[in-house]
Design a protein around this ligand. Structure first.
Ligand SMILES: CC(C)(COP(=O)(O)OP(=O)(O)OC[C@H]1O[C@@H](n2cnc3c(N)ncnc32)[C@H](O)[C@@H]1OP(=O)(O)O)[C@@H](O)C(=O)NCCC(=O)NCCS
Length: 156
């Protein structure tokens, strides 16, 4: 598996399609806006969107983003848009993408990163993320989580 920045990879339209169908349309983005944003999100810190490929095929994506939960503008940056294609789930790609974002954010100088999830808190908890309480996203109950990634909490 290879993890690389999405913009310039040639997989922008396919990955943008996954994200638009799954979340971004609910947030009011058109498909072309979603693809354009993802293709431009190349860091150096955030926003950055990555794609995981296996044998050249895109199998997953993740982002380090800013201001992901509009009612909590004081919390940044965010691990966002984690998605693995259904046929590739259970093979470690999701965990590898989470670790990749953590390492990128730590290298960029952040001490803590945040995420929210409606139903995957057990997945993140296994990866060392802690619960920070309930929140809501477009009226849906979600769990706010964080992970310390600074020098005082070395990555495994
Ligand atoms: C959640 C998701 C990214 C996980 O990706 P994945 O590649 O299947 O995950 P991995 O194979 O890396 O799993 C890592 C570990 O978490 C466990 N795990 C996977 N999904 C889990 C879940 N829903 N709940 C609890 N544990 C889970 C795995 O069993 C594995 O455990 P192990 O290390 O003991 O073997 C994937 O299921 C997905 O894309 N779902 C749809 C989109 C989504 O919900 N994204 C998250 C938004 S917050």
């Amino acid at each position: 598996m290879r993890i690389s920045i999405l913009g310039g990879s040639g997989h922008e339209a396919e990955v943008g399609g996954w994200l638009h169908r799954t979340w971004w349309a609910i947030d009011g983005w058109s498909l072309s806006e979603t693809i354009d944003y993802c293709a431009r999100a190349r860091g150096p810190a955030a926003p950055t969107v990555w794609v995981a490929t296996v044998g050249g095929r895109p199998m997953g994506t993740v982002a380090l983003d800013l201001d992901d939960l509009f009612q909590r503008p004081e919390l940044n940056p965010w691990l966002a848009s984690l998605y693995v294609t259904p046929d590739a789930r259970g093979g470690g790609i999701g965990a590898a993408l989470v670790r990749h974002v953590e390492q990128h954010a730590a290298a960029a100088g952040f001490d803590r990163i945040w995420l929210f999830t409606p139903d995957k808190s057990a997945f993140y908890n296994r990866l060392g993320w802690r619960h920070e309480g309930p929140e809501n996203w477009h009226g849906e109950a979600v769990t706010l989580m964080s992970r310390q990634i600074g020098a005082s909490s070395p990555l495994p």
